[in-house]
Ligand binder design. Structure first.
Ligand SMILES: [Zn+2]
Length: 678
């Protein structure tokens, strides 16, 4: 039958439109048309394809089946899908390498292919004559389930392989997963629609590919990375895994860009450590790295154990989620009086450290979690982020064991736990002790803050010593630090005379400071290091900052009406003015900052410092940048202009690389400073 050109054109256009809307729906989450309109496009395309016999395996109509299955059919894997052995430390990884060398009867360095171990679902894709014929779960390794109808909904998996000129059979294996971003978008949508919230990306992906109705799967933005080949007929493939990845990519199959070929096990270990450092910045969750012998002939001669191949190993990273029990909840009073609930936990090793307490932020968070003392909870610690309780495990089960474990409701204390003063509500969710600096807890916190490394930097005046000094009645506010004498300090419990001398020296030394440090040390609400630097850059002198009204404060970059009000209120308070006078009388001073009223060379450029610098401290580098007009941020984003990366740079560096941001090392940084300061 001759197909009219008009029909061919319409079919082509429909396919383009549908792929476009599919992309908007899955990748960008910003559909331009309602679902019903989208369905109409599909129906029209299906009708045309049927009437004129125009259906092709790669048409979008083939991605979503119209009828749900009644049950899954089983698939017997022609070649078993084995699972990987796991190691948790360096030593076991080295043993793996030794075993391989022994079996291969060789002392030569082994070439390995390394890749991230994605926390997803292993699947097999069978392509015949280049067309996706069957997709199956791993199942028990021998028998899996046929999930072809669902896998076809995954946009990045080609229904037809590109540039295959022969007509072979190729089975490709890999991991189906849901990105962190995709997961967040799903939950954001679920919240709006009031539907069920998903627990984590892995469970969501596993649930999605085991749907009987592929229309449900199509709503989850699943992705896949391919990492190996199973049975192969009628085609010659590369002899190294690294070459195989290139071939898979040339067929249009997605492969992980973070894979790497390494010589010897020491380099593999370095790969693992580098990967661990960028774990948080990856778009998907990983639980380790996979290390495979790169030479496929060597793989074959090494063969398999009963359950796992001898030529591959999973190097597992510390788990980021563990369960433990909440032993108690205490209330802490912060520097500005904020009362924060803190959970005491049965100590648990998670994310590479032992966690025994974690902040609960506020009472709303406790209500949201439905938390009671005695509950079993999931604690999450990813990277260097502070640990948090993500959920209470099975509240009903906790309920039943109520008698044995005494579950206790968590109540806000009636009065400040430190001073017994009244508690007042502050804003939507916060509570505050009303006593101000009469409250010993607030006093201790404000002194700790004043002495801290990024403020006045009084070495040796740590948390415990501050508490001791306040409890002994030796100091009650920050200015008292400068009245302390050697005898008083040496007289404290557990304090040697040498340490006392060092502390007195450190206190004296701290008097030579900088104006941003001094401002920050005062502990004005919401004035952090960056805001303090911004104020000094703008006004130059303390007296001008103290005299500024809210309107002129708001002219400083990044200061809005709320922070401007906090600053003005602070300097309106007579006690605070008296404190500043006392501190200056003690000899606290700073070099005069010359403010340049003209354009600064780095005006409004966003810099991020990461890793360590040899020639100056991080604080000094920051001060130099700020003096040139740059803003120094704590994290990398698409708005970052430049990252200064020293040795030991981790996730910030890899994020910058991903975003294609200008990265300079210390040498280049010093040259830049020299250039601009001239
Ligand atoms: Zn109090």
């Amino acid at each position: 039958m001759a197909v009219p050109d008009k029909i061919k054109q319409e079919v082509g256009k429909l396919r383009q439109q549908i792929e476009h809307h599919n992309h908007l729906y899955h990748s960008l989450d910003s559909p331009e048309i309602p679902d019903a309109d989208f369905d109409a496009l599909i129906t029209r395309l299906e009708t045309l394809e049927r009437s004129y016999d125009l259906a092709t395996p790669d048409s979008p109509t083939q991605r979503v089946g119209s009828e749900p299955l009644t049950r899954f059919t089983q698939v017997v894997h022609e070649m078993a899908m084995l699972s990987l052995d796991k190691v948790f430390d360096e030593k076991d990884l080295e043993d793996f390498d030794s075993r391989i060398k022994k079996r291969l009867e060789s002392d030569a360095q082994i070439e390995y292919s390394c890749e991230p171990k994605i926390d997803g679902v292993a699947v097999s894709l069978m392509y015949r004559n280049g067309v996706l014929e069957r997709a199956a779960t791993r199942g028990d390794g021998v028998t899996g389930e046929n999930i072809t109808h669902n896998v076809k909904t995954i946009q990045s998996i080609p229904l037809r392989l590109k540039s295959l000129d022969v007509a072979p059979v190729v089975e490709v294996r890999g991991e189906i997963f849901l990105s962190k971003q995709g997961f967040e978008r799903l939950n954001a949508r679920a919240e709006v629609e009031g539907s069920k919230i998903f627990v984590n990306p892995r469970n969501t992906a596993a649930g999605a590919i085991r749907q009987l109705d592929s229309r449900s799967t199509a709503k989850i933005p699943l992705q896949m990375y391919c990492y190996s080949v199973g049975i192969v007929e009628g085609i010659e493939l590369p002899t190294r895994l690294s070459g195989m990845f290139t071939t898979l990519a040339s067929w249009g199959l997605p492969v992980n860009p973070h894979r790497s070929t390494r010589w010897g096990i020491t380099e593999c270990l370095q790969y693992c450590l580098d990967l661990l450092a960028k774990r948080d910045s990856l778009e998907y969750q990983i639980d380790g790295a996979v290390i495979k012998v790169n030479d496929l002939d060597a793989q074959r001669s090494l063969g398999n154990n009963a359950k796992s191949p001898r030529w591959a190993m999973a190097y597992k990273f510390p788990a980021e989620e563990k369960s433990t029990v909440v032993l108690d909840v205490e209330f802490q009073v912060g520097r500005t009086g904020t009362i924060t609930p803190v959970a005491r936990l049965r100590p648990v090793f998670v994310g590479g450290v032992t966690v025994s307490n974690t902040t609960l932020h506020n009472m709303d968070e406790i209500a949201r979690l439905g938390l009671r003392v005695g509950d079993t909870v999931i604690v999450r610690r990813a990277g260097d982020v502070i640990p948090k309780i993500v959920k209470v495990v099975d509240p009903e089960k906790n309920q039943k064991s109520a008698n044995s474990r005494k579950r206790k409701k968590i109540k806000l204390p009636a009065a400040c736990p430190a001073c017994g003063s009244a508690i007042e509500k502050d804003g939507e969710v916060l509570y505050r002790c009303s006593a101000g600096l009469i409250c010993p807890a607030q006093r201790k916190e404000s002194i700790k803050h004043f002495a801290s490394r990024t403020a006045m930097d009084i070495e040796g005046l740590g948390d415990k010593l501050v508490a001791q000094l306040v409890d002994e009645g030796l100091i009650s506010q920050v200015a008292d630090i400068f009245d302390l004498n050697l005898d008083q300090i040496a007289g404290l419990e557990r304090m040697g005379s040498k340490s006392a001398e060092n502390l007195v020296a450190a206190i004296n030394q701290s008097k030579q400071t900088t104006l941003p440090r001094f401002l920050y040390a005062l502990g004005i609400r919401e004035v952090g290091e960056a805001t303090a630097s911004g104020l000094v850059n703008h006004f130059g002198e303390l007296d001008k900052i103290m005299a500024a009204d809210t309107a002129s404060l708001e002219r400083v970059a990044d200061i809005g009406p709320i922070v401007a009000q906090h600053i003005a209120t602070f300097f309106d308070n007579e006690n605070n003015l008296a404190l500043i006078t006392t501190l200056r009388a003690h000899g606290i001073s700073w070099p005069v900052v010359a403010i340049d009223v003209g354009e600064k060379p780095l005006q409004d450029q966003a810099y991020v410092l990461t890793g360590s610098l040899e020639s100056m401290s991080r604080n000094e580098a920051k001060a130099r940048l700020v003096a040139l007009g740059a803003k120094v941020a704590g994290s990398v984003s698409k708005n970052t202009d430049c990252v200064v990366a020293g040795p030991g740079a981790g996730s910030k560096l890899s994020k910058a690389q991903q975003l294609g941001i200008n990265i300079i090392d210390e040498r280049e940084f010093l040259l830049l400073l020299d250039d601009l300061s001239r």
